[in-house]
Design a protein around this ligand. Structure first.
Ligand SMILES: Nc1ccn([C@@H]2O[C@H](COP(=O)(O)OP(=O)(O)OP(=O)(O)O)[C@@H](O)[C@H]2O)c(=O)n1
Ligand SMILES: C[C@](O)(CO)[C@H](O)COP(=O)(O)O
Length: 231
């Protein structure tokens, strides 16, 4: 059995700014999307056989040609994404083959440097029987809930909180049922599974799997890549 990877890469990157969509911004001379694809192919234990990548409408052909050398032996599909991340994932999911796939990963192009061990932990947990799996890291700030006037309502117990990353891994029929639901307000795919009543399992994530969201994150990514290339 094999793994399929969906990469939502159709976001505009409004918080990052810049003239082009975030997935096409470069670190070390290569786009975030190329780094993300290469990172997934490096996790050889997953048996990755298919990529479906959701990109800004109109860029499908050019991205398809650019990514061919990086997809390795995996089948590659590039589709137009939608208005929200969940729309992009749902549209990509339609192209994931039904036969021969026992795990679907959904991984943000905006998380270009996820380590191999994180990817392999997620896939192993799905293959071990968990229907939905998310990599997580501890929360290091005190978190407060606030009201619409900015007043603190309360302070949740931090020991029960985690920050969630990607790739998130799913038993294929569970992800398909989750995306058949109304996706409004869902910021990740696990949240749709929670709405189904499916138990979501956590595994250890990594600080290196941080999401590039604001300009400073690009600087951190340049530093991380330089560190990796020097060792
Ligand atoms: N309509 C969308 C929105 C987001 N994404 C993807 O989902 C991932 C996580 O989203 P985020 O980091 O929030 O990216 P953007 O939506 O591009 O950022 P912003 O909210 O700052 O515009 C990214 O790889 C992004 O390309 C997508 O495929 N389709
Ligand atoms: C899916 C995700 O990366 C998990 O942390 C995240 O929710 C996506 O980011 P967004 O800014 O909410 O689109």
């Amino acid at each position: 059995m094999n793994t399929a990877a969906i990469i939502p890469a159709a976001g505009l990157g409004l918080r990052l700014g810049g003239a082009e969509p975030k997935a096409f911004r470069e670190v070390g001379g290569e786009s975030l999307l190329v780094h993300a694809v290469r990172g997934l192919t490096a996790a050889t234990a997953t048996g990755l056989s298919c990529f479906v990548i959701a990109v800004p409408p109109g860029t499908e052909d050019v991205v398809g040609k650019q990514l061919e050398p990086y997809a390795g032996a995996a089948e590659l599909h590039v589709v137009a994404g939608g208005a929200e991340r969940t729309d992009s994932v749902r549209m990509a999911l339609e192209l994931v083959p039904v036969d021969g796939i026992d795990c679907i990963l959904v991984h943000d192009a905006a998380r270009p440097f996820v380590p191999v061990d994180v990817i392999e932990r997620v896939v192993a947990a799905v293959r071990g029987g968990a229907p939905a799996v998310v990599p997580v890291v501890p929360v290091t700030d005190t978190i407060k809930r606030v009201d619409s006037d900015g007043r603190v309502v309360d302070t949740p117990d931090r020991s029960a909180l985690v920050a969630v990353q990607t790739p998130q891994g799913f038993e294929p029929s569970v992800l398909r049922r989750a995306h058949a639901l109304e996706g409004a307000g869902a910021t990740d795919d696990a949240m749709l599974c929670e709405r189904l009543g499916v138990t979501v399992q956590t595994v250890a994530g990594s600080e290196d799997a941080f999401k590039i969201t604001r300009p400073r994150d690009l600087q951190l990514a340049e530093w991380l890549l330089a560190e990796r290339r020097s060792t």
